[in-house]
Design a protein around this ligand. Sequence first.
Ligand SMILES: [Mg+2]
Length: 175
Amino acid sequence: MRRIAIDMDEVIADFNSKHLKVYNHDYGDNLTIEDLKVGRLEDIRPHLASQIIDYLHNPLFFRDLEVMKDSQEVIRNLSKRYEIYITTAAMEFPSSFNAKYEWLREHFGFLNDMNFVFCGDKSIIHADYLIDDNVRHFDRFNGQGILFSAPHNLSVTGFDRVSNWQEVQQYFLKS
Ligand SMILES: [Mg+2]
């Protein structure tokens, strides 16, 4: 079976909505997803960059992210024809491990725990496809990178791109 590696944040877990919500609440701001098209939250509010990043070190931050629309259903379907691995660069926020693991168990419990890969540098991942919102992970990836649209990558070109999970389904039905 061919393997599909799938990123977590901004691909199956709605990271931006939670980050915006807690930031807007705490700082009385009203930034939206649209605002993130010009830069990441910490880039558009540089004077608060360290506080904005600090949220991500909270061990509970990643525990209650919303699931990206249709991701469960499509991954469940794909898992019948492909080996599915969830690959997250969790080393960027080591305090997130437990929350991410519990989140995966809650929302993607139909996958085997052994298919959850918490890593640092994703170039170690050996798979046929990698679905990710960060193109840097494709640099040294040997398989086919598939860019999952996120506000920060909308102007990036040169990659196979999907905008939502229905498009992921279409992509793999064709291949
Ligand atoms: Mg991501």
